[in-house]
Design a protein around this ligand. Structure first.
Ligand SMILES: Cc1ncc(COP(=O)(O)O)c(C=O)c1O
Length: 446
């Protein structure tokens, strides 16, 4: 086998530079919560390939299901056939949907494609064209979805013109809400932030995009790339009411927050809200490429046959892997594992990491749901430490974790670490992860 140096050199030379990369590791295998380099060095993986390998890397049951499917049928093109794994997958998905009314599915490959499908559905079903997105949102990198993405300019700068008819409303991100300016730093006034965000949405509908022109409002049920921010339940419910009042469809982007990541199958269930269209991808098949949307039959059936599809839509092997993933989630009671590990992680972050940073006059906002956890550094001492480190604190800590054989991601334009381990991470692995994170933070601070 070629050495990792040779492979890395080839990769650096011939893979598009536009693909950002947080490590230059060359990996050859992965199992559970660990990935292994070509040389056999082992890293604890708290990234899960950005929230994808939900049942851990290469879960034996998922691998077996895919292997068996490869031997039977790889490609059963969706515009030509029904294939068994897709129909069986629907049977598995239906009972876990946030409502029985969400009963009609369309499968695609990536999250961005599924978001595109949701936009097509919303426009077609309502006969309207404008879309409202949240400030700080991430919906993908295709031409359509980069136009809906407001988490960072890197995704669209220089690639315009963007899709017209997109309007941005503030996400209820209390820490950075203008309403916080008049409030002592120690208190997060979510109530003020909710009022502000709702007022802005109502203004947007009066001043910029009339309800009669607005097809949909799309929102991540937990803001992902924008910083792992959980919208308060009251806010989501009021958005639902505004959408209902104006005949605007609510699209929940559950690409990152779905399939058990937050301790419920879908994060929007924490708010007791049912969307009109839900977008799914990532964790659904533990790493096999498949995405989808679900909506009400009466909306989906308005689309004429032939208007939807795609060569690889709902690939048979990916569908088989998705069924196996859902079976693993049930058999291994992964929602419970998510809830239990989450409690332990939150407790250690609050009891160990927060006081550590306090000594440097830095505050830490530990937030999230289940195993979708954000750790944001802010406060008076932050700028000084960033200057000393010549980087964000989150980047420095993630870099140190890497030196300590653990992979973690950062997120957002603010100084934030994100933790998205496998849903089946064990108690022992999660303790090692927290030991490593806290040790790395200490090393950065010293
Ligand atoms: C919330 C959300 N929507 C959409 C996407 C796009 O998914 P993909 O990268 O599979 O196109 C992502 C990817 O990170 C995401 O987090």
């Amino acid at each position: 086998m070629a050495s990792s140096n040779a492979l890395r050199t080839l990769g650096l030379q011939h893979i598009a530079r536009g693909v950002g990369r947080s490590t230059n590791l060359v990996i050859s295998k992965a199992s559970g919560s660990y990935v292994y380099t070509v040389e056999g060095k082992k890293y604890l993986d708290l990234t899960t390939g950005i929230g994808v390998t939900s049942t851990g890397h290469c879960h034996p049951k998922v691998v077996k299901a895919a292997q068996e499917q490869v031997g039977k049928l790889v490609h059963g093109q969706v515009n030509l056939f029904f294939h068994e794994p897709m129909v069986k997958l629907i049977e598995k998905l239906k009972p876990i949907m946030p409502s029985k009314q969400l009963d009609t599915f369309f499968f695609w490959n990536s999250g961005a494609e599924a978001v595109e499908a949701a936009i097509k559905l919303a426009r077609h079903a309502t006969g309207k064209h404008n879309i409202i997105v949240m400030q700080g949102s991430y919906h993908g990198r295709t031409v359509g979805t980069m136009s809906l993405t407001t988490s960072k300019t890197i995704y669209s700068a220089g690639f315009g013109p963007l899709m017209p008819g997109v309007y941005v409303t503030p996400f209820p991100y209390t820490l950075h809400s203008p309403t916080q300016k008049a409030v002592p730093q120690d208190t997060l006034r979510h109530d003020l932030c909710i009022e502000y965000a709702i007022e802005q949405l109502e203004l947007l509908l009066k001043q910029q995009t009339a309800p009669s022109d607005t097809a949909a409002l799309i929102m991540e049920s937990v803001l992902g790339e924008g910083g792992y921010v959980v919208p308060p339940k009251e806010y989501v419910q009021r958005v639902r009411e505004i959408c209902d009042k104006h005949g605007i469809l609510l699209i929940a982007d559950e690409v990152q927050s779905g399939f058990g990541r937050t301790g419920k199958y879908f994060a929007i269930q924490h708010a007791d809200v049912v969307p009109d269209i839900m977008v799914m991808a990532k964790g659904i098949a533990s790493g096999f490429p498949i995405s989808g949307i679900v909506s009400r039959k009466e909306l989906m059936d308005k689309q004429p046959p032939g208007s939807m599809g795609g060569t690889y839509s709902g690939n048979a092997v990916s569908c088989a892997a998705a069924i196996a993933t859902l079976e693993v989630m049930e058999e291994e009671n992964l929602l419970k594992n998510v809830q239990e590990r989450s409690k332990e992680i939150f407790s250690r972050l609050n009891n160990e990491l927060v006081p550590l940073l306090q000594q440097h006059d830095i505050k830490v906002d530990v937030r999230g749901l289940g195993l979708m956890i954000g750790v944001e550094f802010y406060g008076n001492g932050l700028a000084g430490l960033q200057k000393k480190l010549n980087s964000k604190v989150s980047d420095a800590v993630a870099g140190q974790c890497y030196q300590n054989d653990m992979l973690v991601l950062t997120t957002s334009v603010y100084d934030t670490i994100r933790l998205i381990p496998a849903l089946n991470i064990t108690k022992e692995e999660s303790a090692i992860a927290l030991d490593t994170l806290i040790k790395s933070a200490k090393e950065v601070l010293n």
